[in-house]
Design a binder for this molecule. Structure first.
Ligand SMILES: CC(C)(COP(=O)(O)OP(=O)(O)OC[C@H]1O[C@@H](n2cnc3c(N)ncnc32)[C@H](O)[C@@H]1OP(=O)(O)O)[C@@H](O)C(=O)NCCC(=O)NCCS
Length: 185
């Protein structure tokens, strides 16, 4: 499999079509584990259907200029994933060529061991290789742990917007890292 490395007893590699079922399951589980207390069951269900279904990841795999990475345990299960691609967040003043860290999720038993940090490093390396002037992401306004992680790399909050989850609306922070300012630590 392309671009395979080992870290923390896990294999980190590009996702492929054979990962789709496991990726969808991980995507739904990790979102639900973190955020389900915020939503009514019907809002969560419609959001998972629309945004964490197979087509989302099939599209990512088929789209040039996208990055989809997974961490696989020794037992062959997926424990974390990273998705990056072209910028689609509401960043009206972004110059051409900017990219987005779209998703970063680590399964609960693997959190706090450096995997998230490793995946942010991968996202920044990938973005720099794309020649992107900046990388953007959005994060729930009350997801303080993830915000700390992104701020450590130099991401800064530049705006806020409302993010729909079914009928519910979350306040999201738009964050940006100018890549010319980024020097690898
Ligand atoms: C946020 C997340 C990706 C970080 O990955 P991780 O592998 O746990 O992170 P690391 O071990 O590399 O730790 C780096 C930082 O991540 C954050 N972090 C660690 N554990 C965390 C947790 N359980 N929840 C939220 N943030 C956490 C902290 O900022 C941590 O730094 P700290 O030790 O100084 O507090 C991961 O915890 C996760 O998937 N959380 C749930 C989903 C989520 O919030 N995703 C981000 C959506 S924008």
């Amino acid at each position: 499999m392309a671009n395979e490395t080992s870290t923390l007893g896990l294999t980190v590699r590009d996702a492929g079509t054979s990962d789709l079922d496991a990726l969808v399951a991980l995507s739904r589980k990790t979102f639900t584990d973190k955020f389900d207390h915020l939503y009514r069951a019907e809002d969560l269900a419609s959001f998972l259907e629309a945004e964490h279904g197979r087509e989302v990841y099939e599209t990512a795999l088929a789209t040039p200029g996208s990055l989809l990475r997974v961490a696989e345990t020794g037992a062959g299960a997926l424990g974390a994933y990273l998705a990056c691609g072209k910028l689609t967040l509401p960043a009206s003043d972004a110059p051409p060529g900017c990219v987005e860290l779209k998703r970063l999720y680590v399964d609960v038993p693997l959190q706090g061991r450096g995997l998230g940090t490793r995946f942010v490093e991968e996202a920044l390396d990938w973005a720099r290789k794309q020649g992107a002037p900046a990388i953007y992401l959005s994060v729930f306004s009350e997801n303080y742990g993830a915000q700390r992680l992104y701020e450590r790399f130099g991401f800064e909050k530049i705006d806020e917007f409302w993010f729909p989850v079914g009928e519910h609306r979350d306040l999201e922070f738009l964050m940006r890292l100018n890549l010319e300012d980024y020097s690898k630590k």
